[in-house]
Write a protein that binds this ligand. Structure first.
Ligand SMILES: [Zn+2]
Ligand SMILES: [Zn+2]
Length: 480
């Protein structure tokens, strides 16, 4: 049957009710054909239909046209099933979606789409509840999640990781060393974090090679979690036989110490983003003081200049430092100068006389310039810059550096590449296959958690819930 719903008025009697177990229902839409070739796969179009409108279709018998005398409606989460009998005794059964081994396929798919788009069940449920759209319950969602969604994700992740590692081993065999960026992320901001994830990214391709999950009870403090994840992950990668030439991290003292003491043959670089963040903070607080106000219009270009110094020095540590400190010339309106018997000049195009006049350069003997000099030449910053000359980023956007004529400043613009979500389609397909017990390899259960991993990280037992509520209410009253 091939009907274009757009061109033809529907005759109600013409609707063929697809029996419960039939999987060959036709769909007029194009472009939503699953890989199995059936138009009714996970990608088939779906519609929000009012129950009342749906029931209009069950007034007369689809076989003889007489009235339906008996209707029984059953629901299985998002799926509605209608059993009917007409006055002449014909019976039929219609379901709102195909079954996937005895489970309404849309139950599986709605949970899968929630999980694979990174949403939480409660987000989706709130939304659905407000328009009274039928979805699987919370317990059904979690059952599907642990039985299908996590295994499918894990399977895909392992497969992807294997592919990446194979490519890297090939490069390694050809003598190429790996440049790796690492960064930690906590499940919640601040000091109450329960889990910390330390990820390792291949700098060349920005692919995540590996991550380590640490629970706070494993470490002495939430700060120590980062170093623990880092060390565990790095050891794992080295154990795999990877040849790591450069490791980029933030400047956390514990990781610094580890790199120095345990991984001396790996070049340790700092992520300019972290360094720039702390520089910006210092600059902002200095320029807020009365005597240093003239610094204010320069804050953005100083911070951009830091990026530029790292990104343009191609791994040359001395050049990186020299470029950075050259800001102390430019900011006074000096664009050519001599240093150690060599002549240098700013990298920007020559300024017109008018521009040179207009700009509010700093005076050599002004307090603002002296304060800036102190910040720019700070010992730890210069030391860190030597470890930023390769200009590696950990997971932050790539930047391009452009000189804008209007502001006469170098500006860092993040370059965002559109991400592909194509892999989600494979995951959806895998979920259906897994439900059909097809092709996916069994997923080994993780070993049981060691004893000291606690369910609850609070150092004191939870008080009685009613007590907590009372506390909250009294706080609320104080606010009124
Ligand atoms: Zn009939
Ligand atoms: Zn200049």
């Amino acid at each position: 049957m091939s009907i274009s719903f757009g061109e033809m008025d529907l005759d109600r009697k013409d609707i063929s009710f697809v029996p419960f177990s039939d999987t060959t229902s036709s769909s007029p839409s194009s472009g939503s054909v699953s890989s199995s070739g059936s138009t009714n796969g996970w990608a088939g179009r779906k519609w929000i239909v009012d129950e009342a409108k749906l029931m209009e279709l069950f007034r007369t018998c689809s076989q003889c046209g007489v009235a339906i005398k008996d209707k029984r409606v059953a629901t299985r989460a998002s799926q509605i099933i209608i059993h009917w009998t007409c006055l002449k005794g014909h019976t039929g059964e219609w379901a709102s979606c195909t079954d996937q081994r005895k489970m309404g396929r849309n139950n599986l798919l709605s949970c899968a789409a929630t999980f694979f788009t990174g949403a939480t069940y409660s987000d989706i449920k709130e939304w659905a509840k407000l328009i009274n759209l039928q979805l699987p319950s919370k317990s059904q969602f979690y059952a599907i999640q642990s039985k299908y969604l996590i295994p499918v994700t894990n399977h895909a992740y392992k497969g992807q990781q294997q592919k990446i590692l194979e490519r890297i081993f090939q490069l390694s065999a050809a003598g190429q060393k790996l440049e790796m960026c690492g960064d930690a992320r906590c499940d919640s901001p601040g000091y109450s974090c329960k889990y910390s994830t330390y990820s390792f990214q291949d700098d060349a391709t920005k692919e995540i090679l590996h991550f380590e999950l640490v629970q706070v009870t494993e470490a002495s403090s939430s700060v120590a979690m980062e170093a623990m994840g880092f060390q565990r992950g790095l050891n794992h990668l080295l154990d795999l036989g990877l040849d790591i030439g450069v490791m980029v991290t933030d400047r956390s003292p514990s990781i610094r110490k580890l790199m120095r003491e345990s991984y001396g043959n790996i070049r340790h670089e700092y992520d300019p983003w972290h360094v720039n963040k702390s520089l910006k903070k210092k600059l902002a607080s200095v320029s807020n003081k009365k005597n240093y106000r003239e610094l204010r219009p320069w804050l953005r270009s100083i911070s951009n200049h830091l990026y530029w110094s790292c990104s343009s020095s191609h791994g040359d540590e001395q050049e990186c430092v020299r470029r950075w400190t050259s800001v102390l010339h430019h900011i006074r309106g000096i664009h050519r100068w001599e240093e150690n018997g060599r002549e240098y000049q700013c990298a920007h195009p020559p300024l017109s006389e008018e521009d040179q006049e207009k700009k509010r350069w700093l005076e050599h003997d002004s307090p603002a310039f002296r304060a800036l000099t102190e910040l720019v030449e700070e010992k730890t910053l210069l030391r860190d810059l030597r470890q930023m000359a390769l200009f590696k980023h950990t997971g932050n956007p790539q930047y391009k550096y452009v000189y804008t004529k209007t502001t006469q400043q170098w500006v860092a613009k993040p370059v965002y590449e559109p991400t592909s979500q194509e892999f989600r389609k494979d995951l959806m397909e895998d979920v259906l296959n897994m439900r059909e017990e097809k092709s996916l390899e069994p997923w080994p259960r993780p070993p049981p958690l060691p004893k000291r991993l606690l369910q609850n990280i609070a150092p004191v037992p939870r008080p009685d819930p009613s007590e907590l509520v009372a506390q909250r209410l009294s706080r609320f009253k104080q606010l009124l």
